[in-house]
Design a protein around this ligand. Structure first.
Ligand SMILES: C[C@@H](N)C(=O)N[C@H](C)C(=O)O
Ligand SMILES: [Zn+2]
Length: 239
C-alpha cells in the first residue's frame, strides 16, 4: 500500500531556514521510548509553510542576539503517537525512567499533559525546540546503555546538550519543566523567557507544561491529524 503524502503546503524546514539546527530526537534512541520512533524515516523537520516561515522570523530575531534555534521535533505522524501510546501501556518497560520521568509514574504521563494521544505535532504547525548560543558547540553522541542521569539534574551533570540552560533537558516529564515553574529562577528562567518572548513575537503559543513545545496560530489544519512518514519522499509533489 503506498504511503500517504503531505499536502502541498508542507515544507522541509531547511528549505525555508537552513540556519536552524535540527536534532530530531525521535529518529534516534535518545528519547523517552529508548528507540527510533515509528514513522521517523529521516532526521528532518517538516512543518506547514506558515509555521516554518514564522519560525524563520523567530530565528532572525535570535541570530541578531547571537543565538540560534534548535528543533528537537516538528511534524509527528499519528503512527509515532500510537508508538508512544503502546510504550506507555507497557509498564514493564521503565528503561528510560531514570532520565526522562524519574518522579512521575509512567501511568500518568498522558493524564499530566506531558504526552498527547492526539498531538498538535500531527497537525503540522507544532514543534519542540530550544536555544543555542553561537558559535554552536557539537553535541556529544548518545550511546544506548550509557548511564542515565535525571533530566532535571544540574546542567553539567545531566545529558550534555549544546543548548543554553533551560533548567531541565528536553522531554523532561516533571513539574520543573513547566515553563513558568517558580523554582526556575535566574539565568534558567531568563533563557525560558527569551524563547517564550521570541516565539510569541513570531505568532507561536507555548504549552504551559513544557518549556520546549510551541504551536503556530492560527493553525492551517486545526482538525487534521496527518500520518505521512517524516521523510523527504512525503513532500514530493505529484499527481
Ligand atoms: C512528547 C512531548 N515532546 C510533546 O510534544 N508533548 C505534547 C503534549 C504532545 O505530545 O503533543
Ligand atoms: Zn511537543
Amino acid at each position: 500500500k503506498p504511503e500517504p503524502r503531505a499536502p502541498k503546503d508542507f515544507v522541509a524546514l531547511r528549505t525555508v531556514d537552513p540556519t536552524i539546527i535540527q536534532e530530531i530526537r525521535y529518529f534516534t534512541p535518545h528519547n523517552f521510548v529508548g528507540r527510533r520512533i515509528d514513522g521517523y524515516d529521516q532526521p528532518i523537520c517538516i512543518l506547514t509553510r506558515p509555521a516554518a516561515e514564522a519560525l524563520h522570523t523567530a530565528q532572525r530575531a535570535l541570530l541578531r542576539r547571537g543565538y540560534t534555534l534548535k528543533v528537537y521535533d516538528c511534524y509527528r505522524p499519528q503512527r509515532a503517537v500510537n508508538h508512544f501510546v503502546r510504550w506507555a501501556k507497557d509498564l514493564d518497560d521503565q528503561a528510560t525512567k531514570s532520565e526522562f520521568y524519574p518522579n512521575v509514574d509512567k501511568t500518568r504521563l498522558f493524564e499530566d499533559g506531558y504526552i498527547a494521544e492526539k498531538s498538535g505535532h500531527s497537525r503540522g504547525s507544532t514543534m519542540d525546540l530550544t536555544i543555542v548560543k553561537l558559535p554552536a558547540r557539537p553535541t556529544r553522541p548518545y550511546h544506548p546503555g550509557q548511564p542515565l542521569v535525571p533530566c532535571f539534574a544540574p546542567k553539567d551533570e545531566r545529558f550534555p546538550d549544546n543548548s543554553v540552560d533551560m533548567g531541565t533537558g528536553f522531554d523532561c516529564f516533571d513539574t520543573l519543566a513547566h515553563t513558568l515553574d517558580p523554582r526556575i529562577q535566574g539565568e534558567q528562567r531568563a533563557n525560558r523567557l527569551l524563547l517564550k518572548n521570541t516565539m510569541e513575537g513570531a505568532g507561536f503559543v507555548n504549552l504551559a507544561e513544557e518549556w520546549w513545545h510551541y504551536t503556530y496560530e492560527p493553525e492551517p489544519y486545526p482538525d487534521t491529524y496527518f500520518d505521512f512518514p517524516v521523510s523527504c519522499r512525503s513532500l514530493i509533489k505529484g499527481d
